[in-house]
Design a protein around this ligand. Structure first.
Ligand code: ATP
Length: 239
């Protein structure tokens, strides 16, 4: 059995600028994997390449053995990848409930959709209280919860999240990371998590990849990365 997600030697360009310079990584079924790196390392571009928002010039992206690179984002979503984009991108003029319904678009298993609504509301009680409110009126943290909930409503095999902790208070960050852990552990969704907050990400992840200027420079189980002097110095803010 191969990995659930297998990224092989991917190169992605913006015009003449190479943002991803031959990246390979994989996510095993059931794992939480994190990609760490400074601003501009190419993490967002990598996730967009995986979810079909940008085409790659070389390489392959395989989901459960099937090539999915350079397909339209909606087809990649239908194959089982749920993307939680940087900046949340909820629909501001739709209600919380309607945003979640958009996430379930195309699903025919109505009973399970109803159960998944309840799961999202149980994971994020704030969203349950505000289900009729327009998403644009939510706080930043609540919009992040909604973005995670919306991706979950698509029942992905793999959820890819782009900096979900960005701009959140420590308490809200804990809420989001706890739910990511539960979506993985209780709902069986594998996770690829891009983060600048290395310590929070490594605390939930099984395995981590470090990116610098478009390349993977190191990868190891999270506990090894947490113990590495280089990682401590450059990413965990302690020598
Ligand atoms: P951040 O944490 O800021 O999102 P990142 O690691 O996700 O950083 P990317 O946003 O993927 O990095 O950017 C990778 C490289 O591609 C950077 O050098 C960036 O300047 C460049 N880049 C990103 N978007 C574009 C674009 N639309 N046009 C041209 N260059 C871009």
């Amino acid at each position: 059995m191969g990995a659930l997600l297998d990224v092989r030697n991917v190169e992605t360009f913006y015009g003449p600028i190479m943002a991803i310079a031959g990246v390979s990584l994989s996510v095993e079924e059931g794992q939480i994997v994190t990609v760490l790196g400074a601003n501009g390392a190419g993490k967002t571009t990598l996730l967009k390449t995986i979810s079909g928002a940008i085409d790659c010039r070389k390489g392959q992206v395989l989901l459960a053995g099937e090539e999915i690179q350079n397909r339209d984002p909606d087809r990649v979503a239908a194959k089982g990848i749920g993307h939680v984009p940087e900046g949340r991108e909820v629909f501001p003029f739709l209600s919380v409930e309607e945003n979640l319904r958009v996430g379930a678009w195309g699903r025919r298993d109505r009973d399970e959709v109803a159960r998944d609504f309840e799961t999202v509301y149980a994971y994020f009680p704030d969203l349950a209280r505000k289900k009729a409110d327009m998403a644009g009126f939510l706080s930043g943290g609540q919009q992040q919860m909604l973005a995670v909930g919306r991706a979950f409503m698509g029942r992905p095999r793999l959820m890819v999240l782009d900096e979900p902790s960005l701009g959140l208070s420590p308490l809200l960050m804990k809420t989001i990371f706890d739910v990511i852990r539960r979506i993985n552990g209780e709902q069986g969704v594998s996770v690829l998590l891009v983060e600048q907050n290395a310590s929070a990400a490594l605390a939930v992840a099984d395995y981590g990849f470090i990116m610098e200027v478009g390349r993977v420079v190191m990868d190891a189980p999270s506990r090894e990365l947490l113990a590495s002097e280089d990682i401590k110095e450059f990413y965990l803010g302690q020598a």
